[in-house]
Design a protein around this ligand. Sequence first.
Ligand SMILES: [Zn+2]
Length: 274
Amino acid sequence: MKLHAIQTGSVRIKTAQVEGRGRGLRRRLAVFPDRNWTKWLPTYAWVIDHPEGVIVVDTGQGTHLLESGKSLHPYMRWEVAFRIERDEEIGPQLRTLGIGPRDVKRVVLTHLHCDHDGGLAHFPQTEILVSRGELAMARGWMGRARGYLPNRWPSWFNPVPLDLLAEPFGPFAASRRLTTAGDVVAVATPGHTRDHISVVVEDQGTTFFLAGDTSYDERLMLAGRLDGVSADDDVAGATLRAIRHLAKNRPTVYLPTHDPESAARLASRSLAAA
Ligand SMILES: [Zn+2]
């Protein structure tokens, strides 16, 4: 098995989104008046080149996001900026790795925020898995009101709803195997979105945690600091605790989507110092 990081452009957000201030609704509203932007952060997607077939986790950004400034949604208009060239989208980068679109057996999305589902157009023939609750939250006008971009989904987009089972995986209450070998497992990591999932890959004694947006970087996970997006403080805090618990009990490489260190940590198999 081989794991690849693919950087699909970059994103800037407000510092109060990366590290929340205060609690609850106050923490979430603090993003809007914040005048401080992060530097450009990478947006990674992940490729699991597995003997049972290639699995792609998240599809990253697409060039359509460059028009997000025209969006009516206040978050999309004022609180986020994207940078991406057409050849940085996931499709062309997979081809550079020698992986054609038909070689991908499955796409799994950690959640449906636009910088994770932005490359869907490259996978018209692929089975796409999305947690059932996430799909319900992102659909239609209510989804748009929540800041999702279902209007940007390809017309053919009809993902397979993923239902996690009440089978604990380490400290995670619900999970679902994604390979017969059981070495790639989706786990419930609610917080950033209510039905957010992460993907755990076990390879030669090391656990690779494809975290999505459970935190924006490793330091925040280790410190138990919530982002400015998560709806429920207790739920999001419990997820970060579970990740630390995992990292304490097995050698774990923690790979959040927007951590500038993620690709280097994957390359050097650097463990989270929980
Ligand atoms: Zn997100």
